[in-house]
Design a protein around this ligand. Structure first.
Ligand SMILES: [Zn+2]
Ligand SMILES: [Zn+2]
Length: 177
């Protein structure tokens, strides 16, 4: 989502849009590495206003992702909703260099030229909302290290004995030091 500086008059400008994840390379990269799968486009809601010497953007981004539990590997869905405020001040930096960097993944709260592109900040907000090690539930028991059974669904029997044996062996090594 972008706003043209010339469109910012005395009143705040309200913008709503739905944008495909394909427009966001940083988010697309997450699906490429299998970190998550996006289930819906990004729903954006921005209010942008001139304020003293800066431009204030109050934004909201919503979407839904599917992730795998870090312990039991079961897939589950998460609703993402993030609200944020960004202050943009006009930068005195040379135009050419900044534009080039901004096209990559430079996180900048300054702007040059005639418009502000919110894409980088939007992607950043979404990424922050996706858990690094998602858990299907706080007390997920994970998978049995011997037989691979999902311990949330079943008590396979081998887990308890072998698990505690390994734990004791490990404890012994620590004490010897
Ligand atoms: Zn789990
Ligand atoms: Zn087992």
């Amino acid at each position: 989502m972008k706003v043209r500086i010339a469109d910012l008059k005395d009143k705040a400008l309200h913008m709503e849009a739905e944008e495909p994840v394909n427009d966001y390379p940083d988010l697309l990269a997450m699906t490429g590495t299998g970190e998550c799968e996006f289930l819906s486009p990004l729903r954006l809601d921005f209010t942008v206003a001139r304020e003293f010497d800066h431009i204030r953007a109050s934004g909201k981004v919503e979407t839904a992702v599917r992730v795998s539990c870090a312990r039991c590997l079961t897939e589950f869905d998460i609703e993402i909703s993030s609200s944020f405020t960004i202050f943009y001040t006009k930068s005195a930096e040379p135009l050419d260099e900044e534009v080039e960097l901004a096209a990559e993944d430079l996180i900048s709260k300054s702007y040059q030229g005639e418009e502000i592109d919110f894409s980088t900040e939007v992607a950043e907000q979404v990424i922050m909302e996706i858990p690094f090690k998602p858990l299907c539930r706080d007390d997920c028991k994970g998978l049995c290290s011997s037989c691979g059974a999902n311990l949330n669904d079943t008590a396979c029997g081998c887990a308890t004995s072998e698990g505690s044996f390994k734990f004791n062996a490990l404890k012994g090594i620590k004490i010897d030091k």
